[in-house]
Design a protein around this ligand. Structure first.
Ligand code: NAD
Ligand code: MN
Length: 490
């Protein structure tokens, strides 16, 4: 028998279906140690304490981040209060100029920021490059356009800024969430004290340099770092006229309790467990892409992730089969590689949470499917995961996993789909896939969710308000509605 011969092409080029490594090489320009950004300058924390910030890509230390204590937070609020007395009175047109400048500076340094975001948070470079950074710039451009047109936010009525806003953001879209918070607040004439999440503070502190380059007046934006304790100091500071929080429902509830009766305004953007609903008349291949994007975008670290797939029974088998085929082509690994689809899990804590809930899914009787894939040895990674045979009472159908894990359930009638979709304490987002326009209208009326996407998923625009119902929070970010949440109206 002749020996098995390796084809010449494979000898020359290796397995043709393997991608070559394609690392992004731009310099992220990360300092070995950062300082707090208060009153327009960088200053060491009065606590003298710092913590190590790791890259989830390989668990290596990236930088040292200051821990702000009470006196630091006091200084930040003092600076913001002082700045408010002039910033709040500046003609909107002038404020708009600063916002345009910030947007353009961010565009100028887009590549550098994208690499920093990927190293710090673990998201694939193609998402940081094509989504996070351009969208952050877009939010500044959009709100710059509003700054001199504020009389149209509430026509015929007088809108004025609230004062100093305390803002707290999560780690899944660090720079973008910061833009969502800062841009509308500033356009309206408020000043801010903002805290990024502890695992992702680097792009926030890099952004401080952009504010300096834009010559934003000192104190208009103050950036404070630290963990939950620092967040709590921001929330409870007497100078805050409003708190804007994005993060977990547990912390959101505690903030709501802390602020009750204080007279401070509050908006909360919390968790979700969105239903992505596929009817039998949907364009199946597009729907499969939408399901993949809905749950695996940003490793599933997204509050509006389509984490509960509701598929009509008649097409369930076909959809599951196509999903498995598609899953096998997803590339999980080094987030800095331009071909990577699923990057690193943000932190070892988050990885543990995902592993714990996936184990609960197995223990409670759901069937797990993961494609064969080789994960990097160092760093925090989790393969894309599907669960079939899921029932509504299982934890993986009820709790937010915040990872690349999809729970698949079925339904027979539109009424059953609505009932199952709404059977959750959350109400942030939903997706509907169908050929029928009338069904889209009916579903979007019946679904208790702040955003309903039809024949698409995870689409964002600065002009489109985003926010939740029920335990997903209240208040809106983006659009005219988002501006109203930073204003008093007389
Ligand atoms: P988390 O609530 O623990 O942390 C979010 C932020 O709050 C961080 O900056 C953290 O330092 C700060 N924080 C923690 N404890 C605090 C306290 N007692 N007082 C004040 N601030 C405090 O959230 P997490 O687990 O790190 O992030 C994931 C969660 O965030 C998920 O549940 C997700 O759904 C939610 N999230 C929601 C949205 C949205 O827009 N609705 C966006 C992103 C993330
Ligand atoms: Mn980090």
């Amino acid at each position: 028998m002749p020996a098995k011969r390796t084809p010449v092409r494979e000898l020359l080029f290796g397995n043709l279906w393997e991608y070559d490594p394609a690392p992004e090489t731009a310099d992220p320009n990360i300092q070995s140690r950062y300082q707090l950004f208060i009153n327009g300058s960088f200053r060491a924390p009065l606590t003298k304490k710092y913590f190590d910030s790791l890259s989830p890509r390989n668990a290596a230390k990236l930088s040292e981040i200051p821990i702000a204590g009470k006196s630091d937070v006091d200084l930040a609020y003092q600076a913001a209060e002082k700045a408010f007395s002039s910033w709040g009175k500046l003609p909107g047109k002038e404020r708009g100029k600063y916002l345009y400048r910030i947007a353009r500076l961010l565009q100028d340094r887009a590549r550098e920021f994208a690499v920093a975001e990927t190293l710090d948070g673990g998201k694939p470079i193609k998402e940081a490059r094509d989504f996070d950074v351009p969208m952050a710039a877009a939010h500044f451009f959009y709100h710059a356009g509003w700054a001199d047109k504020l009389e149209y936010v509430a026509p015929g009525r007088q809108v004025s800024p609230l004062g100093v806003i305390g803002q707290i953001i999560p780690w899944n879209f660090p720079l973008l969430m910061m833009a969502w918070k800062i841009a509308p607040a500033l356009a309206m004439g408020n000043t801010v004290v903002i805290k990024p999440a502890e695992t992702t503070s680097i792009t926030a502190l890099k952004f401080a340099q952009i504010l300096l380059d834009a010559e934003l007046p000192p104190g208009v934006v103050n950036i404070i770092t630290g963990a939950g304790e620092t967040g709590s100091l921001i929330v409870n500071h007497p100078t805050a006229a409003k708190i804007a929080f994005t993060g977990s429902t547990v912390v959101g509830k505690s903030i709501q309790r802390a602020l009750a009766g204080s007279g401070k305004r509050l908006t909360l953007e919390l968790g979700g467990k969105a239903a992505n609903i596929i009817f039998e008349d949907a364009p199946i291949d597009q729907a499969v892409e939408g399901i993949i994007n809905g749950i695996f975008f940003n490793q599933g670290h997204i509050c509006c992730a389509g984490s509960r797939l509701l598929v009509q029974e008649s097409i369930a088998k076909q959809v599951c089969q196509k999903l498995k085929q598609r899953l096998a082509t997803l590339r999980t690994g080094d987030p800095l590689d331009k071909n990577t689809d699923i990057g690193a899990i943000n932190s070892s804590e988050q990885l543990k949470r995902i592993e714990h809930l996936v184990q609960a899914g197995i223990d409670e009787g759901a069937t797990i499917y993961q494609p064969a894939c080789q994960l990097p040895k160092n760093g925090y990674y989790f393969p894309p995961t599907l669960f079939t045979d899921v029932s509504q009472s299982q934890r993986i159908a009820k709790e937010e996993i915040f990872g690349p894990v999809l729970s698949i359930l079925t339904f027979r009638t539109p009424e059953e789909a609505i009932e199952k979709a709404n059977n959750t304490p959350y109400g942030l987002s939903a997706g509907v896939w169908t050929d029928k326009g009338s069904r889209i209208l009916k579903m979007s009326t019946e679904l208790k969710a702040g955003v309903v996407w039809a024949n698409t998923y995870n689409k964002f625009d600065p002009a489109s308000p985003f926010g939740g119902y029920k335990e997903s929070g209240f208040g809106r970010e983006g659009g005219m509605q988002g501006l109203l949440d930073y204003a008093t109206i007389d």
